[in-house]
Design a protein around this ligand. Structure first.
Ligand SMILES: Cc1cc2nc3c(=O)[nH]c(=O)nc-3n(C[C@H](O)[C@H](O)[C@H](O)COP(=O)(O)O)c2cc1C
Length: 322
């Protein structure tokens, strides 16, 4: 392998590890053979109670594949991607091979520049509205990856989604084994671990109309309210797919990350509220009554934030086994 290919692969893997993942579980490993990277699901990191079917695990892996693709193109090589290439090896999520040399276009450069900067937000947003043309562009970004991004404008529909989130969060927080699984991924202040949700990544008290996860659970963890941020909800949106297959979940993950990176390049962050889509009856209700029969994969709010968060990830040496 020549040095340029080596560097492209290294930056691809570095980018992949910065993908968002449910509770920052980072459920992936990578193996390099020649000029090909195998992306594997790390099913030991699957959330057995919250995500028994591995849907959120695959959305997370899809986001990692999108980062990998984007970084390889940014490094000047066209990625040749095969999603779920071997039915006999279900943990093999994708193979990504270095293809011909390419000059990265402006869109690629814009997205690649956000891979390490993008952060999940967990409180209200500033009052600055998100320009409508951005939401329209996110619809196109998601469509290009085979998923549908739908902003939810009607106040009654937003209230319904907030109510469903509240109900799902209330039910989940009464379920002790479920709660114990979530808090296993809460990273205590000062912890050296390279995964889990850091204690400074969420507010001390859930604010706004959409219920947050209780990562602190009985601990005095979390940040004080930022006076520059109000309790604005931002743009509420659903990410859906026409199918509910493993391929569709990986497409949803790639679409999600494409939208998030585009948003980040325009100063917009996202907050996720995926409790409802984890509860089968509520998810079905959402599908039939709100999503026109399409399968809801993510519920999120997007808005302008005042602060920049820092992220936590495991080192690449923990993720590669080539
Ligand atoms: C499939 C999926 C589901 C998620 N669900 C939630 C959620 O319900 N609540 C939340 O606060 N964050 C949620 N997140 C965000 C992750 O917690 C976040 O990506 C992770 O902690 C890494 O932090 P970062 O995005 O700031 O890099 C979700 C992310 C993914 C990919």
């Amino acid at each position: 392998m020549n040095t340029t290919a080596d560097q492209a692969i290294h930056s691809g893997l570095e980018a992949a590890r910065w993908a968002p993942s449910v509770h920052n579980t980072q459920p992936w490993t990578f193996a390099v053979t020649g000029e090909e990277i195998a992306v594997r699901a790390d099913t030991d990191r699957k959330l057995a109670l919250e995500d028994p079917g591995g849907r959120e695990l695959l959305i997370s892996c899809g986001a990692a594949v999108f980062n990998l693709r984007t970084a390889l193109r940014q490094a000047g090589r066209e990625p040749i991607v095969r999603i779920l290439p071997d039915p006999d090896r279900p943990s093999l999520i994708a193979t990504v091979r270095l293809g011909p040399s390419v000059e990265p276009d402006e869109h690629t450069r814009m997205l690649a520049g956000q891979i390490e900067r993008r952060r999940t937000h967990r409180t209200g947003f500033t009052d600055t509205p998100v320009p409508e043309r951005l939401a329209e562009q996110w619809e196109r970004e998601a469509a290009a990856e085979g998923a549908t991004f739908t902003p939810v404008g009607a106040p009654a529909a937003v209230r319904a989604l907030a109510g469903l989130t509240e109900a799902a969060q209330a039910v989940q927080s009464q379920d002790r084994p479920f709660t114990l699984e979530v808090i296993r991924w809460a990273r205590p202040p000062g912890s050296a671990r390279g995964d889990g949700v850091p204690a400074d990544a969420y507010p001390k008290q859930s604010a706004g109309e959409f219920a947050q996860r209780d990562y602190a659970h009985l601990h005095p963890w979390g940040t004080d309210p930022d006076p520059r941020t109000s309790a604005a909800t931002g743009v509420v949106a659903l990410l859906t797919t026409r199918q509910d297959t493993r391929e569709a979940w990986l497409a949803a993950g790639q679409a999600l990350q494409r939208v998030l990176l585009h948003a980040s390049a325009h100063g917009v962050s996202a907050a996720f509220h995926t409790q409802t889509v984890e509860e089968p009856h509520l998810r079905e209700f959402l599908r039939e009554r709100v999503c026109d029969g399409a399968y809801p994969q993510m519920l999120m709010r997007l808005g302008i934030t005042a602060e920049e968060g820092h992220g936590v990830r495991r080192p690449l040496t923990d993720l590669t086994d080539s």
